[in-house]
Design a binder for this molecule. Structure first.
Ligand code: ATP
Ligand code: MG
Length: 560
């Protein structure tokens, strides 16, 4: 049993590191530690393929496969600190390449497979890619056209054959040894390159080090309640930091079985996976929960989820309505947690042993000090000690999974810090019991008639209406109020846009929020624009509304 206050008081990073054993190399600590012990034949990864077939790989086999891949890299002359990219769906080879690269001491950067050639070229060049692991079809469509523009790229390894100028990975793997001595990386050695979601602008390349693993381990235990014997499903793609930190590293660090679904979101499929795979801990995102809500409860039929013990979500604020839905439909609450690509791991969370306040993201992790601060005009920050005051969420540096830089953007990196504090760019408040509440990204805050309005509050109120599936709220320039609140609303199945419904929603939100905060305008939209990592792109709603340039759209869902 985990008691928050006691655990926080007794917490020590050194003790936690000790539990992970003496191996500092991330991949060795994740895989070899179990492969050498009683966990060797436990299933590490359970793949659910698009075509309905399945495959399982145990810790011993995963250790052997990742050793082979590390040997392949060595045979190609890839050195420590050089970069290996993947452009793959959620298939076995992605997991082997990620962990094998880390074992070799090279840096791994997983690219989301739906990216088009341009964002791929930009990222490969920024990271000076030496190797790319991909499929023949992705290569032909997305890399061949831009390959001449990426001079650092020495090897393209194809998992399902070979095309001109590429190498078939399969014979190399078959010929490689199953033993490999993991690179003796230090905690500060660069391990991973992760691009941010691009919600507020051009994605940044956040650099992470091997020492981050202790944070993944600790957060998996405390914030995700993962324990040996669990079956864990993290629905995020490894092209985003959640899919790497919690889709690969954290569950392996604990030694549990992870479900990996190759297919995209599909409400019926997801309910089937939760039931048939007997998922006990589920980590997903508010956008996925809203899609399940939108799809309607009838899809569940007579499925039951007795194995499901703990549900968590990350990526966007979790509307209180989503917690209520989960309590009713899944018979478990969703535990919201907050972190960023930059923080490398969960920082603030609702824990299993703590009562949830729906709409709050919980309390800081043991080992993490958070504060609400105000930036001072001449530089520096002031910590706001009083409860219930809105300000910027700041974290005291350092922590083990903290990013070590934005690749190629040193000044932007330095601008994230003030003295002891890392400044998150998110506005929050802390209540008198120490729970943090997300108000909005600094960029999204609406200033209207003397009020500062966070879009989340307005969106959550709209979602309480039975017709509303999702809402995205922006501020529009207004001659009187400075900005006026406008909401874009998508409807649940079975509801049609109409003038009557629009008026009803305007009245409904005025009643809940008051005239000062409620939207003045509501527009219906079939789907809100979102990033491929599932975040509402309010900047795009705003740019389109105001006829402004749309900015970097490389991460836009459905875009190219
Ligand atoms: P970019 O930095 O490129 O604009 P991004 O900030 O969306 O994109 P990520 O690092 O993937 O990129 O997302 C982190 C952000 O997601 C946080 O700063 C926060 O705004 C939001 N977020 C994550 N979890 C939560 C949560 N539980 N509640 C509210 N917001 C959250
Ligand atoms: Mg960000």
């Amino acid at each position: 049993m985990f008691d928050y206050a006691t655990c926080r008081d007794a917490f020590s990073w050194a003790n936690e590191r000790g539990e992970l054993g003496s191996l500092v190399n991330m991949a060795a600590a994740c895989v070899d530690r179990h492969a050498r012990g009683p966990g060797a034949d436990r299933v590490a990864l359970r793949y659910l393929r698009r075509d309905g077939s399945t495959a399982s790989i145990d810790y011993a086999a995963l250790a052997a496969a990742t050793n082979r891949f590390a040997n392949v890299l060595a045979s190609l002359g890839v050195k420590r600190g050089e970069t290996v990219f993947s452009l793959l769906g959620r298939v076995h080879e992605l997991y082997v390449a990620a962990l094998g690269t880390l074992k070799a001491g090279a840096v791994f950067c997983p690219l989301f497979s739906a990216f088009g050639p341009e964002p791929i070229e930009a990222r490969l060049n920024l990271g000076a890619a030496k190797v790319v692991v991909t499929t023949a079809s992705f290569y032909a469509k997305k890399i061949a056209p831009i390959r001449k523009n990426v001079p650092s790229l020495a090897h393209v390894l194809i998992i399902d054959g070979a095309l001109g100028g590429t190498t078939d990975l399969r014979p190399l793997m078959n010929g490689a040894s199953e033993t490999f001595e993991p690179a003796p990386t230090r905690a500060d050695d660069w391990a991973l390159l992760h691009f941010t979601s691009g919600t507020t602008g051009k994605p940044k390349g956040a650099m992470h080090a091997h020492g981050a693993l202790v944070q993944h381990y600790v957060t998996a235990k405390y914030a995700l309640d993962l324990r040996p014997g669990d079956t864990f499903w993290c629905t995020a793609d490894p092209g985003w930091v959640t899919g790497m930190s919690y889709g690969i590293l954290a569950p392996l660090a604990i030694g549990v079985t992870s479900v990996v679904d190759e297919a995209d979101f599909d409400a019926e499929r997801w309910y089937r996976i939760l039931e048939e795979e007997r998922v006990s801990v589920w980590y997903t995102a508010p956008t996925a929960v809203r899609m399940l809500m939108k799809a309607g409860p009838e899809l569940i039929g007579d499925r039951r989820f007795p194995a499901l013990r703990f549900i968590a979500s990350v990526g966007e604020p979790l509307n209180p309505e989503a917690v209520a839905w989960s309590n009713e439909i899944l018979r478990r609450p969703i535990h919201d947690n907050w972190w960023q690509t930059e923080t490398g791991g969960i920082m603030i969370a609702n824990y299993a042993a703590m009562s949830i306040k729906p709409g709050s993201m919980g309390k800081p992790m043991p080992g993490i000090d958070a504060a609400i601060v105000e930036r001072l005009p001449g530089g520096g920050v002031k910590v706001i000690d009083e409860p219930d005051v809105e300000g910027e969420l700041a974290l005291k540096q350092p922590w083990p999974s903290m990013f070590r830089g934005y690749l190629g953007e040193q000044r932007r990196y330095e601008a994230c810090f003030s003295g002891d504090w890392y400044l998150s760019g998110d506005l929050c408040r802390r209540d008198e019991e120490g729970y943090y509440w997300f108000v909005g990204r600094a960029d999204d805050i609406i200033k209207s008639a003397g009020h500062l309005i966070g879009p989340f509050e307005v969106e959550s109120a709209l979602m309480e209406h039975p017709a509303v599936a999702e809402a995205g709220v922006i501020g529009k320039p207004d001659p009187v109020a400075m900005e006026a609140v406008k909401a874009f609303v998508s409807l649940k199945r079975g509801y049609e846009p109409s003038e009557t419904l629009r008026r009803e929603l305007l009245g409904f939100s005025r009643q809940r929020l008051g005239a000062a905060i409620a939207p003045k305008e509501i527009a219906f939209i079939a789907e809100l624009p979102r990033t491929r990592s599932g975040k509402i792109m309010r900047r795009l709603l705003k740019a389109r509304e105001l006829g402004l340039p749309e900015g970097d759209l490389s991460t836009l869902e459905g875009g190219r």
